[in-house]
Design a protein around this ligand. Structure first.
Ligand code: HEC
Length: 141
């Protein structure tokens, strides 16, 4: 089960076959690119929670390099993918200050494929998994 999930993640990440995280440089790593474009403003380029926007938020963005460590050494891939696509809302101290990326990617898909039928669910899933896979690679031991 677990290895099947991992296989999917690896498949989605095939375009980043040589992804030996070249920190904060121009990269062909789709997960890293997406992270830097959409997430780093709050979570920080190093994913430790000190993005330029973090001080304007009511709830501090968590350190995303400690997700595995805080979960007994296991990267919580399923939960994280739910957090990103919006299936799992985090209620901590007030409303959630994080855009719901699943809905956003659904809009992207509609723009990208205006005239042809497409599998919206699959498109969203692939975009989210690229991010999950990137986050899984930047976990601290
Ligand atoms: C507008 C600022 C903002 C942006 C942009 C943002 N986040 Fe967040 N994120 C937060 C905050 C704040 C929390 C903590 C929410 C809470 O605890 O209620 C959070 C929580 C999370 C968590 C939960 C961690 C855990 O332990 O459960 C993950 C994973 C995460 N963000 C990933 C991402 C990813 C990936 C992106 C880009 C697609 C992103 N975030 C974009 C502000 C942001």
């Amino acid at each position: 089960m677990k290895s099947a999930k991992l296989a999917i993640v690896v498949l989605v990440a095939t375009s980043s076959a040589n992804a030996t995280a070249s920190a904060q440089t121009a990269t062909a790593d789709p997960g890293q690119k997406e992270y830097e474009a959409r997430c780093s403003i709050c979570h920080g380029l190093d994913a430790k929670g000190s993005g330029v926007f973090s001080q304007a938020l009511k709830v501090a963005p968590p350190d995303l390099t400690l997700l595995a460590r805080n979960n007994g050494g296991v990267f919580p891939a399923e939960r994280i993918s739910g957090v990103i696509d919006g299936r799992i809302g985090i209620v901590s101290h007030g409303p959630r200050d994080m855009p719901i990326w699943g809905a956003r990617y659904a809009g992207d898909a509609a723009k990208r494929f205006p005239d042809i039928p497409y599998a919206q669910e699959t498109y969203i899933r692939a975009r989210v998994l690229q991010l999950v896979e990137y986050l899984s690679r930047i976990q601290q031991k």
